[in-house]
Design a protein around this ligand. Structure first.
Ligand code: UFG
Length: 323
């Protein structure tokens, strides 16, 4: 099967491309390289440097490469930035992505897989969070993904486009070849690992007065290889579906720090800081739906997640930039 992966030079996209190629798919990657890394594009994938808003160019690629399915990762994904510059998120994550969806419909693409997020739920009224939990995003990033899910819902009804929206919880970890390298790093695990290898003095804990056992926020951390494999299973779904992608088990910020200390054998210096605005106390998935319907089973626990991320960090201390 010929598949197009947008954002295939990015963190989750690159590992999904790797898994697709291992499983025998013919993979074509579209990435603007604004945030992606050319070094993260698998050598067996055919690469096009292109923005998802360039509909004519996308149309040409889809036709000439005889694309049958699209996995769409290319998006901005920083919650804080989306609060400062919502237009950037709606322009790219909704309007540009809509051009990609139009190109998909015009070319009778069989399946469209959307990289979505638990940020579509907003502050949960129930934890763990089932897929039918009300959606009420608390930031433009989550809203932009929810808007795109709705566009897909209507394109399914009106044009028959089949899609699967995958709502990720906290993506983390690395494959042996590809890992996390963001120009601005805001995520918990890569920041702790920077402390572990001496690139940063300490990790700030954003609040310890949440209503959780140790007072720090709880998240559901899911390894990118498990995420990637869910995308591949989603390619065979009949009809259109929305699934959570999490393990169903939450870890607090302090528990993640403890696990990094155990895995790396290094002491992590911490400093208590104020709560970060917009952080819900707990985000944990009900992850049974995709397990029951597609037989997906995450295999990476927290220890394995940290081991894989630490290994990648030691091999690539400066990420893809070797200078
Ligand atoms: N945290 C710290 N110190 C840091 C960084 C993070 O204490 O230096 C805490 C955060 O406050 C939060 C937890 O670690 O409680 C996880 O934070 P991340 O930034 O790693 O991840 P988020 O849960 O904020 O974000 C994730 C995804 C987003 C998604 C969001 C939904 O990365 O894409 O969940 O709320 F939108």
């Amino acid at each position: 099967m010929n598949v197009l992966v947008t954002g295939g030079a990015g963190y989750i996209g690159s590992v999904t491309v790797e898994r697709l190629i291992e499983k025998g798919y013919k993979v074509f990657v579209v990435d603007s390289l604004e945030n992606g890394h050319i070094e993260a594009v698998h050598p067996e994938a055919e690469f096009f440097q292109c923005n998802i808003g360039a509909q004519n160019e996308l149309d040409r690629i889809i036709k000439s490469c005889q694309i049958e399915a699209i996995l769409h990762f290319a998006a901005y994904a920083l919650v804080g930035e989306s609060m400062e510059n919502p237009g950037k998120y709606f322009q790219n994550n909704v309007f540009n992505a809509h051009k990609l969806i139009q190109a998909a419909v015009e070319n009778k693409i069989k399946k469209f897989i959307l990289s979505s997020t638990c940020a579509t739920y907003g502050e949960p009224s129930q934890v763990p969070i089932p897929e039918n939990h009300p959606t009420n995003p608390t930031n433009p990033y989550g809203e932009s993904k929810l808007m795109l899910e709705k566009v897909l819902k209507w394109y399914h009804k009106c044009h028959g486009l089949e899609y699967v929206a995958l709502r990720y919880f906290n993506a983390c970890g690395a494959s042996p070849n590809y890992g996390e390298d963001h120009e601005i790093e805001t995520h918990l695990i890569p920041i702790i690992l920077e402390v572990a290898c001496g690139q940063r003095e300490l990790i700030k804990i954003f609040g310890d007065d949440y209503p959780t056992a140790d007072g720090t926020c709880i998240r559901d951390y899911i390894h990118i290889i498990d995420l990637a494999d869910a995308h591949i299973l989603a390619l065979d779904v009949k009809g259109s579906k929305t699934y959570n992608l999490g393990t169903g088990k939450g870890y607090s910020v302090k528990e993640v720090i403890d696990c990094v200390e155990q895995v790396t054998g290094r002491k992590i210096k911490t400093k208590l800081d104020q709560r970060r605005s917009g952080d819900p106390a707990q985000l944990v998935a009900v992850s049974e739906t995709i397990k029951n319907e597609l037989g997906w089973k995450p295999i990476y626990n927290m220890e394995k997640i940290i081991q894989s991320a630490w290994k990648w960090k030691l091999t690539n201390p400066k990420g893809y930039n070797k200078n």
